[in-house]
Design a protein around this ligand. Structure first.
Ligand code: R5P
Length: 298
């Protein structure tokens, strides 16, 4: 049998509820509090002995708190006799530090993934992780869902749109969306002026004139990438620009930048808590997650 346990964060509880309904399984609550000295306390309030537990945690900022709670809960579940602990963390934090860029740095994501594994999380479900290199440090089994084609289909986008990646590195993502829609794909080329340090973009392999363009990306952090891509596309003749991204971190000012660039509709997944802002559509990834987990545990 499967049991869903969500961390104490509000969005973890929302995602856990959706997943338990989709899997048709029981949900067990978690009690959490802080000790007077600030240390965290958690207790799983229900029976999970002998069960496969899907632990659900949303990893928004402060990421360290979310991560640490998972370590405590995994220890409680593993130590308390769960037959298996699967973690569903839609946004994998620290994944961008997937290598040593400067001598003396850690590979942060390696530290995160090893800690999870050795604390009892033997399988991990995540969504559009930053890189396969990041995931390669996990000693267990990983399911990395790639939801952009699903999101484009849910939105009912037409085959007439031009699907554009804001950088060459994201071409594979744009290809996946273009393929499912039967649409054309393009990518932007980013340049940095060596003297001024100013970053500019230009359409790499396509002409946006008169086109309805959809920019697809994995993550919106500061919003600079999407805003620059959108401005450039309008300046080079695009008729309309909209955006689909998997993770919206909700960093203050990011949505304002994107809006000011003229980009219209913004669609993101529910991998992270919703942030205020008009014109944002959230696509629920639960059906994809439930399908992936069901295949694992059947
Ligand atoms: C870059 O490689 C990524 O795919 C995103 O385009 C980037 O991380 C977005 O960051 P920001 O919103 O800060 O420009």
């Amino acid at each position: 049998m499967v049991v869903v346990v969500s961390g104490s964060r509000v969005h973890s509880s929302v995602l856990g509820g959706l997943l338990a309904s989709a899997l048709g399984c029981r949900r067990v609550g978690v009690y959490s509090k802080r000790f007077p000295d600030g240390e965290a306390y958690v207790r799983v309030e229900g029976d999970f002995k002998g069960e496969v537990v899907v632990l659900v945690q949303s990893m928004e900022s402060p990421q360290v708190e979310g991560l640490f709670e998972v370590l405590l809960l995994a220890d409680a579940l593993y130590g308390g006799g769960a037959s298996e602990v699967i973690l569903y963390a839609p946004y994998l934090p620290y994944a961008r530090q997937d290598r040593v860029f400067l001598e003396g740095e850690p590979v942060s994501v390696r530290a995160v993934l090893k800690s999870l594994y050795f604390n009892g999380v033997r399988r991990l479900v995540t969504v559009e992780a930053h890189s396969s290199r990041a995931l390669s440090y996990y000693p267990g089994e990983v399911l990395n869902l790639r939801p952009l084609p699903y999101m484009a289909k849910v939105l009912g986008l037409s085959s007439e749109v031009l699907v554009v990646s804001p950088d060459i590195g994201g071409v594979e993502r744009a290809d996946g969306v273009a393929r499912v829609l039967g649409a054309e794909r393009g990518y932007m080329v980013k340049r940095r002026d060596r003297v001024t340090g100013e970053v500019s973009m230009e359409p790499g392999d396509f002409n946006p004139r008169g086109r309805d363009v959809v920019i697809v990306d994995d993550i919106i952090s500061t919003g600079d990438t999407i805003a620059l891509a959108s401005r450039t596309l309008y300046n080079t003749g695009a008729k309309r620009v909209s955006v689909i991204a998997v993770h919206l971190l909700g960093i203050p000012g990011s949505l304002e930048k994107i809006k000011a660039s003229g980009a219209g509709k913004l669609t993101v997944s529910n991998s992270l808590p919703p942030v205020g802002g008009d014109n944002i559509t959230y696509v629920d990834l639960t059906p994809l997650v439930a399908e992936g987990i069901s295949r694992w545990i059947e």
